[in-house]
Design a protein around this ligand. Structure first.
Ligand code: URA
Length: 209
């Protein structure tokens, strides 16, 4: 998989435009995020390994394709990651789920871990880390560090919007982790928000400020 994949499917782009619009309500934003997450999940799981199993249709016996290996691990980077996670779990209900909680130290500006829980056998799973906004890339890179320390070897990063700064940071820190996104936006502003962006993803999805 390429280091960066922008999913330019018309349905994804149409839904994203509505999500960007400041007039879109919290409920609508959340619903669209769930729908988009399923379309993005389709793309990020495209190369999952397959095997076959013997089944009996009402007509004949056949060797039918089925997913191979351990269940996927989806890892939500709190709290906005949960918005992508919910939709993905509807599509892959048997996936194992992990959570990474990081906050930014206001003095050092470095991400600090406050929560980390991951499924076992991470080394044998495709691990998909999810966070709607790849902004500076600092917390995303730190989350991937944690997953690698836990043994993850095959990791992908799924986001809704990516800034060029975040993509560059991830490429430098984790060149082996492909990124799948709905849009590569223009840049970050001085406060680390993505432009044109959609504002604070967590606030828009949870109705906080
Ligand atoms: N996180 C957000 O929620 N929005 C941004 O624009 C950047 C980081």
């Amino acid at each position: 998989m390429d280091h960066l994949t922008v999913v330019d499917h018309p349905l994804v782009q149409h839904k994203l435009t509505i999500m960007r619009d400041a007039a879109t309500s919290t409920g609508e934003f959340r619903r669209l995020l769930r729908e988009i997450s399923q379309l993005l999940a389709y793309e990020v799981t495209r190369e999952l390994p397959m095997t076959t199993k013997t089944i009996q249709t009402p007509m004949v016996e056949m060797e039918a394709p089925t997913l191979a290996g351990r269940k996927l691990a989806l890892v939500s980077i709190l709290r906005a990651g949960n918005g992508l996670l919910d939709g993905m779990l509807e599509l892959v209900p048997s996936a194992r789920v992990g959570f990474v909680g990081l906050y930014r130290d206001e003095e050092t500006l470095e991400p600090v871990q406050y929560y980390f829980k991951a499924p076992g056998e991470l080394d044998e799973r495709l691990v998909i880390a999810v966070d709607p906004m790849l902004a500076t890339g600092n917390s995303s890179a730190a989350a991937i560090d944690l997953l690698k320390e836990k043994g993850a070897k095959n990791i992908r990063f799924l986001c809704l919007l990516a800034a060029p700064e975040g993509v560059a940071r991830m490429k430098e820190a984790h060149p082996d982790v492909p990124i799948v996104t709905a849009s590569l936006d223009e840049r970050l502003n001085e406060k680390g928000y993505i432009l044109p962006g959609l504002g604070d993803a967590g606030d828009r999805m949870f109705g906080t400020q």
